[in-house]
Design a protein. Sequence first.
Length: 391
Amino acid sequence: MAVALALLLGTQVLATDLYLPALPMLARDLSAAMPAVQATMSAFVLAFGLAQLLWGPVADRFGRRPVLRAGVALFALASLGAALAPEVGAVIGWRAVQGAGVAAAVVCARAMLRDVFEPQRGAHVMSHALGGVGLIAIAAPVAGGAVAAAAGWRSTMALLAAVGAGLFAFVVWRIPETVRSRNPQATHARALLQQLGRTLAHPTFRAWTALVCGSYGGLMVFLAGSSFVLIEHLGLSVWECGLAMGSNSLVYVIGTFVCRRLLARHGLVGTVQRGAAFTATAGAIMAWAATQPTTSLWVVLVPQWIFALGHGVHQACGQAGAVGPFPHAAGVASALTGFLLALTAAAIALWLGVTLSASRPQLYFGTLATMATLTALAAWTLVRRHGAPHA
């Protein structure tokens, strides 16, 4: 299960991290302005979020396997379309289709976890899976930087198409159906709206979702903005930028190991309380960096590494905790969590696209400090009060 979850959740990481070092190259090749380039990211995450609201109920009604096959095939075809796109508008469109395909893989992965495991055990298994996702995240920017440097930004999209084809074969041959009883009412409008309302009204769902939205929002600041700070402001090459971004993923993997150790001693809620100390520390350093007139590579990377430690704790616990109260509607709960995650990420990508420039990296630091602070507050207030699995 951990291997299957890692591969499915890893499609989102690949679709974002693999081509991040090539973003400045894409901008030059297609003569695209900063808002348009950032729109290739925001279109992906917005479509990713909206599509989850569709795939979740469909997966509850028809099962996980049909949705997985359709979504992964869509991802592979859209990646090929992006590789052949003649201008930035077409890239944005294909990236939106990519996001819709990836949404199916991620929704089903989270729902499969709840199909099989209770929340605390699910968090443990998810930490193993996210460790695998972290390994993918280490390799993705490094491989993306090397491939883009050798063959241009289009080669990163061609590589995603090949990965999508391989994943489709894996889904067909190796992933079983995990739904024990399908819900024929899941896609009916009235029943769906009622279930969405019940999910949103549940304090445990709101607490864990606030935590993962804040933490993922901070990661999105790094994903969407760091390549411009590292390449355009600090003068790193595309290859060096990929290595720097890969180092962040390595620390994230360490964070998933920390998560498993803490879970055994302190339970789901106690683990998050301690993980938030990393997040708050990173936020404090970034807030200081935002006030400085100059910056350096270490000022960018060190607080991001500390944030990544906390992120490795929060994502495993938060994703298991959010779907925990809904064993018979895991698809809908997973979809709603994913939609809110994607909405947060899209808003951050749009904000950075409008405001970020290589000459003003302080805005990058300030935005990340804000997300880190919100994440720590969610852990120490909402999750502390409502996050217990019995809540």
